[in-house]
Design a protein around this ligand. Structure first.
Ligand code: FES
Length: 114
């Protein structure tokens, strides 16, 4: 991809987020929850459960999933899709880990601005 298609911004250090935890990032499109799994994979999703907007960053992270703290809907962090008999999808964002630093691709936010 060219520079016009990606713009990575450093948002945190890996150790700023506990294993099986999350951190909120404020953006032009709202709050994004950045999750760290047990094996140090990083995922970024809207902080809104598709059921009734529960704050996913306060949910329980297990494996590659988060459980919504309000009514326990299970969300796959890799796809944003509800699992099992649950319905709905959470928007996901590109993140990458480099040298223990977490970067978020902010291009979608720039597009919205323009
Ligand atoms: S708001 Fe998340 S399960 Fe109801």
């Amino acid at each position: 991809m060219s520079d016009e298609q990606e713009e990575w911004v450093r948002i945190a250090r890996l150790n700023d987020i506990p294993k099986r935890g999350a951190r909120l990032v404020k953006t032009l499109v709202g709050l994004i929850a950045v999750f760290r799994t047990f094996d140090d994979k990083i995922f970024a999703l809207d902080n809104k459960c598709p059921h009734k907007n529960g704050p996913l960053s306060e949910g329980l992270v297990y494996g590659y999933n988060v459980s919504c703290p309000l009514h326990n809907l299970q969300i796959d962090l890799r796809t944003g899709n509800a699992k099992g008999s649950g319905q709905g999808r959470v928007k996901t964002y590109q993140v990458k880990l480099k040298d223990e630093q977490i970067f978020l691709n902010v291009l979608p936010f720039e597009k919205i601005k323009g």
